[in-house]
Design a protein around this ligand. Sequence first.
Ligand SMILES: [Zn+2]
Ligand SMILES: [Zn+2]
Length: 404
Amino acid sequence: MKSAPSAPPIVFHNGTVVLPDKLLPDAAVVCEGDRIKRVGHLRPLPRGATLVDAKGGYIAPGFVDIHVHGGDGADFMDGTADAVRTACRAHARHGTTTIFPTTTTGSPEQLSAMLQACLEVQRSRTDDDGARLAGVHFYGPYFAPDKVGCHSQAGRRNPEAREYRRHFDTSIIRIATCAAELPGAEAFYREARKRGCLITCGHSNATWTEMARAFQAGMRHVDHFWCAMSSVASLRQRYGTPMQASMEQFVLANPEMSTEVIADGCHLAPELLEFAYRQLGPRRLCLVTDANRALDMPPGRYRFGCAADGEWIESDGRVGFVPGGGALASSVVGLDTMVRHMKAATTASLPEVIRMASLTPAERAGIADEVGSLSPGKRADVLVLNQRLQVKRVLLGGVAMAAS
Ligand SMILES: [Zn+2]
Ligand SMILES: [Zn+2]
């Protein structure tokens, strides 16, 4: 179904509309062209419209994923437009309509190839390309040596202006990560701030003091809370006593900081998800997939990062892990699974859970004027979810995608 300006409006009806702060039972969403036109109780429905029956389920905004590595066999670091499109299509089937392809550690050439592939897909977008690329999350390679996790250690390094300026010059980087304790981290943050990025600290063993300095330089977010980050215990190992506050306390104590959780049921126990929700609230907590290429693939061994030389990880179909060791190695499920699990595992309401997967990440990434909620004027990225929160229909910029 194409949606040229002359095409009839698309009306989602017979469902509960999910707004950021409440549910609107038995309401409708009208889309015209690539925009949302009206939201609310509409009787009668506009004449000549294409009707989409939500069948008593939910009409929700498309999801926004700010931390995601791949899917359906492709990793964004494979560095080809084909790989980028494959992963974006896979995530669209899970309800993600806006995506920030995320780098791993790797050589400067591998990172350049990834950025170029994303630029190519963004410039030549077609209706079949799946989740729309809103920018790249430049995540690896500036990780702390002791917090590299499942990424390739050989691809890790300290920030160097000559390298990252070249990457920033592509103008496609919208989110930028660096471990706060690395030499040159503050200069990296200041450069990222100049470029208008959401600045984040991850794969880091930073102290409160290092976080405070990073905050001064513009850092406002921490990647996958509790994973590959400092704790009071890890800092005691680094510095002894008196024990020091860590990234965890810095985020919880500072209302300008946001973070994200991998709510797949494998990374974090329900009480941690509930704790994060209660302490941070739905405006400071994002749901991300952090999914690797094993999403929608059978259990087995996969490369994390570049197909040529990424580290081997294993998927059991529920989560990724390091072979033999048992350490987790990112997720293998979509944002729809995260939404269902967060709803089941915590006391967050449905509007709050959906907000954490749509408007909150959009706000943090600076694209909430365009996407993230069902508001007139925003892009027509609309989902139909059934009562069990499974994705039944996906509208991407006014264009319907085949149901999963
Ligand atoms: Zn990570
Ligand atoms: Zn990741």
